[in-house]
Design a protein around this ligand. Structure first.
Ligand code: SF4
Length: 491
């Protein structure tokens, strides 16, 4: 079972949610409990990957890594964190976009050379992994991920400073990569020239025991994270986004920036639709505010006469609030979610399995009965979830069910770190909106337009990746050479 059991899509095991690539976190803060800061940072990023979690630390002379399959809270406890001591750390929570979900592929990855050790955590997906693999000696890596290839390539030349080797390598690396990595003394971070996945820099206030540098300036602690929500949880203030094509080096001399490529920003539009936390800010725009605004635009684009607007909990909630505000139709909670059922490790019996979506959602009959409903969700992948919801609402007495979706039809797969279904499995890959409506059994169906969604982000269209909606991939794709199991296929 994928997902954290709280996101709207994972209501039906047969209609898997779009899975994000991962969450990454890094901290440089002498005198602080860096493993605990990393733990809490990963905790805030758990929605970005629930298959495995790991933390690497160093106290200046050697790197220690602990990682395992499972959620952050399942992998780590006080005693494990107590053994992970040092002044810098990186962490990772993973969903597999290249390579299977097995322990060997959990991150951070570790590689060593005569220059020392290197641990790396990656959010995104590379599209020229097979080509990069050819630069390594045969048998150089055991794992099956693009991240392992990148780690081995970065560690390959131990005779040069890490940032120098990285700045030379990165222009050859194609695809999405928001990276944090470390050697024994230094924290590094970098973002691909398109900046597809988010990555932010934060500062720890009043960091204890850090002292002053030789010039008498107060030293401080630094944090790098996939989302601003992870800065908030550790009490770090937001400094800025790491720029597309930028590499940061963080040590006792502070933060140094190096540009390894000209920025060509193409941030992922789907982060706003579904992937990022609502309390995160991307490119200066709050995700929750964007989602509510999309709901308003949806009401303008697809009005309907109805008695109640309800969300598919929880991912449809902000857009449903916006739809209700704009349309003047009352907002209500018509479906109650068993929030944590997606994480049960007890296999359901056949009888229970037949309940399908009822295991996760229960309609509030007294709210729904006799009403014309607008049901708002964030996106449709295969359509199984929405079909089951429409049926359930009708059985609970709804007289009409109008489905409104706060993203345009998802018709194309993502090669930059989100594991959608294939084009053949995506319902909008082959059916028209009217055919999808009929397939869901809804009275009407309305998707926000691509322009409407883009405007709600306040980011110009040419600075966004929108490929899963319009099929225009900002980094050219060689479909024959990529795929989740590309490295396993080569064996
Ligand atoms: S294809 Fe879609 S999910 Fe993938 S990076 Fe582009 S906008 Fe994001």
């Amino acid at each position: 079972m994928k997902g954290d059991g709280r996101l709207g899509h994972d209501l039906d095991p047969g209609d898997r949610a779009p899975q994000d690539a991962c969450g990454v976190f890094g901290v440089w803060a002498p005198g602080e409990d860096v493993s605990k800061l990393t733990y809490y940072g990963l905790y805030a990023l758990q929605h970005r990957g629930q298959e495995s979690a790991g933390i690497a630390v160093s106290e200046g002379s050697r790197i220690l890594i602990y990682k395992d399959m499972g959620l952050v809270a399942q992998v780590f406890d006080e005693s494990i964190l107590g053994t992970l001591r040092g002044h810098l750390a990186i962490g990772h929570c993973r969903y597999s976009t290249t390579g299977s979900s097995v322990w060997e592929n959990a991150q951070p990855t570790l590689s060593s050379s005569e220059g020392g050790g290197l641990a790396l955590a990656h959010n995104g997906n590379l599209i020229n992994t097979a080509e990069l693999m050819e630069r390594l000696p045969a048998g150089a890596i055991k794992a099956t991920t693009d991240t392992e290839v990148l780690t081995a390539l970065l560690a390959q030349d131990g005779s040069r400073p890490v940032e120098e080797a990285a700045a030379e390598l990165f222009p050859e690396v194609k695809g999405a990569y928001s990276l944090v990595w470390m050697n024994e003394t230094t924290l590094f971070a970098a973002r691909d020239p398109q900046g597809i996945r988010p990555l932010v820099l934060g500062r720890l206030p009043g960091t204890a025991n850090v002292g002053q540098d030789r010039a008498g300036n107060e030293k401080t602690g630094w944090v790098v994270a996939s989302e601003t929500a992870a800065l908030d949880i550790v009490g770090a203030s937001f400094v800025r986004e790491i720029e597309p094509g930028e590499l940061l080096t963080i040590d006792e001399r502070g933060v140094r920036s190096l540009r390894f490529a000209t920025p060509e920003p193409k941030g992922c539009l789907f982060e706003y639709v579904y992937l990022a936390r609502p309390d995160t800010t991307i490119a200066g725009r709050g995700v929750q505010a964007t989602r509510v605004e999309v709901g308003r635009a949806l009401a303008r684009e697809h009005p309907v006469e109805a008695d109640l607007v309800i969300p598919t909990p929880e991912s449809g909630t902000p857009a449903a609030i916006g739809y209700a505000e704009q349309s003047g139709i009352p907002y209500g909670q018509g479906l109650v979610k068993n929030s944590y059922v997606g994480r049960t490790f007890i296999q359901p019996s056949q009888t229970i399995r037949q309940l399908g979506i009822r295991l996760k959602l229960n309609p509030l009959r007294e709210v729904i009965e006799g009403k014309r409903l607008v049901v708002v969700d964030d996106s449709i992948v295969r359509g199984n979830t929405q079909r089951a919801i429409v049926k359930m609402l009708r059985e609970a007495g709804a007289t009409e069910v109008h489905v409104r979706i706060s993203s345009p039809p998802v018709a194309w797969p993502c090669f930059y770190g989100i594991d959608f279904a294939t084009r053949a499995e995506l319902i909008a890959g082959s059916l028209s909106v009217e055919e999808i409506r009929a397939s869901l059994g809804a009275d009407s169906l309305g998707y926000i337009s691509l322009d409407g969604l883009t405007q709600a982000t306040t980011i110009p269209a040419d600075r966004l990746c929108r490929a899963c909606f319009d099929g225009r991939y900002p980094i050219p794709i060689d479909q024959d050479r990529i795929g989740k199991y590309v490295l396993e296929a080569q064996r």
